[in-house]
Ligand binder design. Structure first.
Ligand SMILES: Cc1cc2nc3c(=O)[nH]c(=O)nc-3n(C[C@H](O)[C@H](O)[C@H](O)COP(=O)(O)O)c2cc1C
Length: 186
């Protein structure tokens, strides 16, 4: 059966990770449901050559982050997984505490209550105790917490190589075959 995946892009630096994930999923049968936070719209404009409207065209369905009435706000709309990429510390905190203040946090809250798969790609450095506690709290609930840490064993030559490596590891977690990065095959 086709996977139905929610992608939340929040306002941490690195919206390119979310954009690349959407691009990679274009070549798969996955049905994508996208939410871009208000601050992610800003980081997309600051950091990339994409317009937020271009990014939204990469998804099958798009919801405004303020629309708590969207179908992904309800557990009755069945989904397979959600990825928040990148995940700001504010969104991390909302998810860790069930605050559901916007549609990204609410959709993640639904994923948690329905015991579905949630992947967070938190981006901040350095991290203080609250950030770390929030990540631990979610990890203990079964959430996959995978900060976008570049690897060097695959000899990246460009920023794209580094972005693709992280996105490849996200796709691996979703059991989606991909050859976005060089794998360690010694
Ligand atoms: C250019 C830029 C880069 C930012 N980078 C980060 C970051 O790496 N991590 C983070 O937690 N917040 C970062 N922020 C701050 C968040 O955007 C801010 O906390 C915002 O309220 C997050 O809201 P959201 O999670 O709903 O998108 C950044 C903001 C800007 C404008």
């Amino acid at each position: 059966m086709t996977q139905r995946i929610i992608i939340g892009i929040s306002g941490a630096t690195g919206p390119i990770y979310g954009i690349r994930l959407l691009e990679a999923l274009q070549h798969t049968p996955v049905e994508t449901h996208l939410i871009v936070s208000e601050w992610a719209e800003k980081t997309i404009q600051i950091e990339t050559d994409y317009k937020p409207s271009d990014v939204k065209k990469l998804a099958d369905y798009v919801y405004p982050s303020g629309n708590q009435a969207a179908r992904i706000s309800s557990g009755s709309f069945v989904t397979d997984a959600m990825v928040i990429v990148p995940c700001s510390m504010k969104t991390l905190s909302s998810v860790a505490h069930g605050f559901a203040d916007n549609l990204i946090a609410r959709a993640a809250d639904v994923i948690l209550k329905e015991r579905r798969k949630l992947l967070l790609i938190p981006r901040e450095t350095p991290l203080h105790e609250i950030h770390l506690e929030n990540m631990l709290r979610l990890s203990r609930m079964g959430v996959t917490v995978m900060p976008p840490m570049p690897a060097f064993y695959n000899n990246p030559e460009t920023i794209d190589d580094m972005v693709n490596h992280t996105v490849s590891r996200i796709l691996d977690q979703l059991h989606i075959e991909n050859d976005l990065t060089k794998r360690w095959l010694e």
